[in-house]
Design a protein around this ligand. Structure first.
Ligand code: PHE
Length: 455
């Protein structure tokens, strides 16, 4: 073990940083519109089941791997694989590649959030009559290469600065500062949304399942989103786990992280759908829901500027605590595998991510005509990572822990920091079964569907 490795200052710091990674654009930008497109409550119930039987077990497995190796993803596989070492090193390489892909386009939407935050504070987001007016404004901005690339750059730089300061002084400090702010703003927006006249239609949409809308595809969408939203399947939580000390209870932390992520997705859903329904807009408005519909919703509220400012601050915080986790995974890979220094890794990777993201940034304007199997560049990156690379990575983690490590070794790792009671032994058996059998098989089905074998 590298005696110089940084560690989290305390347990709360780790939980907040990991929850910050999980809570991101996935919860606030993606979750509401895919729930809207997939019929509401029934989709949510399936998504919750997926989190419980696949997402959470693999999340715990990932953290355990990192805590055991005290290394970034590629080096972890190099150290722990007894068989097929080369293949597992390639698997670590896939994690690195996935991180680059996700960060490249994630920073673009994160940049929009930051740009919208500034526009809201400047009072420009509160005078739309309809969502069509808000869309016109949105289209003009995202087609403007200067606007979009500047904000993308700003966001990449922001994430780079945090990670530059390291695990304890950068990531942990900012998470401890921002996550409570995030929570307070969210609660405020929920209370406000629920008290609107007509909010009950939003509540019904979220809580009354209509099973007639459920198809096999709904199940697969829910599964895919469970990975994305928990940050599972690309070594990010493995990396965060590698900064844990042995006396931390990974079981408890894992459950807390998944609970916080789910709770926050539900609260964001509450805040957004109550407002959308109360104002008579359409919940199935697609990826633009947050940027097209909400500004129009805010425009019709008294004090709309304040609410839209708060909302886009919320979105920017969520995006920042997620981007830094992905960047940290990349940085730790360069540090552990290639002996690079933190500071030079951050600069090199930030520059790379910025450049790789430019085609995604321009996908809404200049490069909109580029089409790969019918998708523009941005959508291709999203599809490739969320539907193919993450499920594949999650399956790799489950297979590695379930089939490549000795059962007594991984159980031994789990019970560092977990009391050896009957209850805990029972739960750990259920966990092991889910990781070894249930998760790989179900993930394999998601994967087949993503590449179009299962329709
Ligand atoms: N979980 C983040 C979100 O919901 C996205 C993410 C995916 C972050 C994978 C890290 C790794 O927005």
């Amino acid at each position: 073990m590298d005696g110089n490795r940084e560690h989290w200052g305390n347990k709360l710091g780790f939980i907040l940083a990991a929850a910050g990674s999980a809570v991101g654009l996935g919860n606030i930008w993606k979750f509401p519109y895919i729930t809207g497109e997939n019929g509401g409550a029934a989709f949510i119930i399936i998504y919750l089941i997926c989190i419980l039987i696949i997402g959470l077990p693999v999340l715990i497995a990932e953290i355990l791997l990192g805590r055991n190796s005290q290394l970034g993803p590629i080096s972890t596989f190099r150290k722990l694989a007894r068989k097929h070492k080369k293949l597992w090193i390639i698997a670590g390489g896939i994690f690195f590649f996935t991180g680059l892909v996700i960060l490249s386009y994630y920073n673009v939407i994160a940049g929009w959030s930051l740009g919208y935050m500034v526009e809201s504070i400047a009072g420009k987001i509160s005078s739309f009559q309809t969502s069509a007016d808000a869309s016109v404004h949105f289209d003009a901005l995202v087609k403007n290469p200067i606007w979009i690339i500047s904000w993308q750059f700003a966001f990449v730089a922001l994430g780079g600065i945090v990670v530059y300061f390291g695990v304890r002084n950068g990531i942990e400090k900012i998470s401890k500062l921002l996550m409570p702010v995030f929570f307070v703003i969210l609660i405020f927006l929920v209370i406000w949304g629920v008290s609107l006249e007509g909010a009950e239609k939003g509540l019904a949409f979220l809580f009354k399942p209509d099973w007639s809308t459920v198809s096999f595809k709904t199940v697969l969408m829910a599964l895919g989103h469970a990975f994305f939203t928990l940050s599972v399947g690309m070594g990010v939580l493995l990396t965060y786990g590698s900064y844990l000390k042995k006396d931390d209870n990974v079981f408890f932390s894992g459950i807390m992280i998944a609970l916080l992520d789910t709770l926050i997705a539900m609260l964001a859903g509450l805040a957004i759908f109550t407002s959308v329904f109360a104002m008579g807009f359409n919940p199935a408005d697609g990826p633009g829901l947050v940027f097209n519909v909400l500004p129009a919703v805010f425009s019709q509220m008294p004090g709309g500027n304040i609410f839209s400012s708060l909302f886009f601050i919320l979105l920017s915080i969520a995006a920042l605590t997620s981007t830094i986790s992905i960047l940290e995974m990349l940085v730790s890979t360069l540090m552990d595998e290639f002996n690079m220094k933190r500071h030079s890794s951050v600069v090199l990777l930030s520059a790379t991510i910025f450049i790789l993201g430019i085609p995604s940034a321009l996908s809404f304007g200049e490069l909109g005509h580029i089409s790969i199997f019918g998708l523009n560049w941005f959508d291709t990156m999203d599809y490739l990572s969320a539907n193919i690379l993450l499920p594949f990575g999650g399956m790799l983690v489950a297979v590695f822990v379930g089939w490549y490590l000795m059962k007594q070794d991984i159980m031994g790792e789990l019970f560092h920091g977990v009391r050896n009671t009957d209850f805990n032994r029972g739960t750990s058996k259920v966990w092991y079964f889910l990781v070894k059998f249930v998760a790989p098989i179900l993930i394999f089905l998601v994967f087949l569907s993503a590449i179009g074998v299962l329709k």
